[in-house]
Design a protein around this ligand. Structure first.
Ligand code: SF4
Length: 434
């Protein structure tokens, strides 16, 4: 099993084949955050083909809400009925009970991607109609599609009119539900007024966000959204409250940008750092871990693991390289990470498995199954890791504790691998004699 088998090598070539899609349709990221808003009824303008897959994943992973869509097959697209059909779908969406927002999502197909905004109503009854252009295959990853949708909503709904909330922090990024509550609690201890969590469920939060004191992106791929906040002159907190040193630096930066009492901020930040450090000292990690995923948060996870004592030689992610990820990249490289791959492919990850022989792998479903076949314990990045607390000392405790359990399972995985291999051989043998 340790033989290196090139996964999808094209015939006669040393380069891995690039013909395999590496992700589901990225537009899912946009639809997910648009459907989860209360009172929002998205209308999709695209070829009917896209609708099948997207409505399925959105129904399950979004908000159990159906998407409305004009029926646009090739003949409707060719005959220029796009605007009429989309307007008709908007009318239907507006009749849904409690409808206050109709995001019109125009996807890849040229005829719908060029949908002229001025041909759509801005408002129908109580509902705002907001065009969200999502050229999915040009966005590349579903986290980045969340950014595109968030920015479009804020551009239209965010308003500086009304009372300023100078001591309120906008926290940006879809995270485990307990994390924003812990952040909110600490902010109030430092004298802040509270947090607004985006992407969230409230339309009013989208309007209020423009009047807050500062923006803290917890994930590094919200580029477009950050430029909207810059346009409103809101200062942006760099980094994220991850690990002992990261949490300390982040809390201090938040305190400064919101003009909170420095003595109080310092007291809270130091207490939080000491708590995190005590946890790291109490249960240090040892072992070699590969961190691979498509969430865009892989570098932050790798940082936490390295701080806890693990060796992380390889990190890969679906998002593109960006100055926002650079501080994490430099931090990791100066602490022994050899390879950081942006816009990675499954083939990149499999090559790393051969190079680094890890004790534990965090990754996507296809990658985890390859690791498990080789007897290496593997955790699904999205379902098992990103669905736990992660930030500040409480998140650190949950993540490190879980990792530690997994690192002790290598012997079990190897036993399972041998068991099934023997079993397989016996089965083949029996078949041969039947
Ligand atoms: S055409 Fe674009 S929007 Fe439609 S499924 Fe493909 S990538 Fe997604």
């Amino acid at each position: 099993m340790s033989d290196v088998i090139p996964l999808h090598a094209s015939p006669g070539s040393q380069k891995p084949c690039q013909l395999h899609p590496q992700s589901m349709c990225p537009a899912f990221g946009s639809l997910r955050i648009l459907t989860r808003i209360e009172g929002s009824h998205p209308v999709m303008a695209t070829d009917t083909g896209c609708l099948y897959g997207l409505t399925f994943v959105t129904h399950f992973y979004g908000a159990r809400k159906s998407i409305l869509a004009a029926h646009l097959g090739t003949s409707e697209l060719m005959s220029g009925e796009v605007v009429e059909s989309t307007r008709a779908a908007i009318e239907v969406a507006a009749r849904e009970p409690g409808c206050r927002l109709i995001p019109v999502v125009s996807l890849c197909v040229a005829e719908t991607a060029g949908l002229p905004e001025e041909m759509l109503p801005r408002q129908v009854g109580e509902a705002e109609v907001v065009l969200v252009r999502v050229p999915a295959y040009a966005i590349h990853s579903h986290p980045e599609a969340k950014d595109v949708a968030m920015a479009a909503l804020l551009r239209r709904l965010g308003t500086r009119d009304g009372a300023r909330e100078e001591k309120t922090l906008v926290v940006l990024g879809e995270v485990f539900p307990a994390d924003p509550l812990v952040i909110d609690g600490l902010l109030r201890k430092m004298g802040g007024a509270g947090t607004i969590s985006l992407p969230g469920r409230s339309i009013d939060d989208l309007r209020r966000a423009a009047r807050a004191g500062a923006l803290a992106p917890l994930h590094p791929f919200y580029k477009d959204t950050m430029s909207v906040f810059r346009g409103w002159d809101l200062p942006i907190v760099g980094g994220a409250p991850v690990g002992a040193s990261g949490s300390y630096a982040w809390l201090k930066a938040v305190g400064t940008l919101l003009n909170l009492d420095p003595a109080l901020v310092n007291q809270v930040a130091e207490a939080e750092r000491d708590k995190a450090q005590a946890l790291l000292n109490a249960q240090p990690l040892s072992g070699r871990i590969l961190v691979t995923g498509y969430e865009g948060t892989e570098l932050a996870y790798a940082r936490l693991l390295v701080e806890a004592g693990a060796e992380v030689p390889y990190v890969s992610t679906s998002i593109g390289a960006d100055p926002l990820v650079l501080p994490d990249e430099l931090w990791l490289r100066s602490r022994g990470t050899k390879e950081i791959v942006y816009r990675k492919t499954l083939e990149d990850d499999v090559a790393a498995l051969d190079t680094y022989k890890p004790d534990l792998v965090l990754g996507t479903t296809p990658f985890c199954s390859i690791a498990k076949e080789r007897g290496i314990p593997a955790l699904y990045f999205t379902n098992q890791l990103a669905s736990r607390p992660f930030f500040l000392s409480s998140g650190l405790a949950a993540t490190i504790g879980f990792m530690q359990q997994m690192l002790t399972r290598r012997a079990q995985y190897e036993w399972m691998q041998t068991f099934f291999e023997d079993d397989g051989q016996e089965a083949a043998h029996a078949h041969h004699h039947s």
